[in-house]
Design a protein around this ligand. Structure first.
Ligand code: AMP
Length: 211
């Protein structure tokens, strides 16, 4: 039976890096509500125009809008998913169980990390505009400065919401809202904690042993 993964962690805690390993090594599908929203902004769709200001300030987009976007992009019968960035609050956790997973097995993985390290991690994060590969100017530099190792693209950009002031707000929103979500999964016996400061492969092996 397919078991899906729900990645929970502060921005910059390494969810995206692990998700890309699960996609390449374990054939999971990665669905990030942040990526879906950013692609709506890039397309300048009505939804994108509606959410841009909220996202630029590091605040949460409305539950109703995010679930609509998520529903339109998942097909549980076809794939084993990693949900990244969803749920962000209890209402979203309940909606995910009742309206998306509908009884399918899933494990929530919490990426535990010291918040103070995150501001540095995030201000140095860069993403390849062509293929989405993630780099860090301190800990994971591209082999050739300014060029993507994976696709050779030369546009490594900083996310609009990875600026220091916005990051601080995103971390504040995360710490204020996430505890009830962790308790929700803990009470259901579906929570697994990983040390997000451990080696990438060690984290991958630990999560992998569960699915
Ligand atoms: P992320 O890429 O997960 O850090 O998300 C970037 C931004 O997208 C967040 O700061 C929110 O503004 C918005 N966002 C992403 N996922 C959600 C969600 N599940 N609920 C509400 N807003 C979200």
């Amino acid at each position: 039976m397919k078991s899906h993964l729900i990645f929970i962690g502060a921005p910059g805690s390494g969810k995206g890096t692990q998700a890309s390993k699960f996609v390449s090594d374990r054939a999971f599908k990665h669905i990030s509500t942040g990526d879906l929203l950013r692609s709506e902004i890039a397309k300048q769709s009505p939804l994108g125009l509606e959410v841009k200001k909220v996202m630029d300030e590091g605040k949460l987009v409305s539950d109703e809008l995010v679930i609509r976007l998520l529903q339109a992009n998942v097909n549980l019968t076809e794939s084993q998913y990693i949900f990244d960035g969803y749920p962000r609050n209890i209402a979203q956790a309940e909606t995910l169980d009742l309206e998306v997973l509908k009884g399918s097995a899933s494990t929530a993985v919490y990426f535990d990390i010291n918040m103070e390290k995150l501001v540095e991690r995030l201000t140095n994060r860069r993403t390849c505009k062509t293929c989405g590969a993630i780099y860090n100017l301190i800990s994971k530099k591209p082999k050739v400065m300014g060029q993507c190792d994976q696709c050779g693209g030369t546009d490594l950009v900083q996310r609009a919401d990875d600026k220091e002031e916005v990051i601080k707000n995103r971390l504040k929103v995360f710490t204020e809202t996430i505890n009830p979500v962790l308790k929700y999964y803990q009470d259901l016996g579906r929570l697994m904690k990983v040390d997000a400061e451990a080696e990438v492969d060690a984290i991958f092996n630990k999560i992998s042993s569960k699915v």
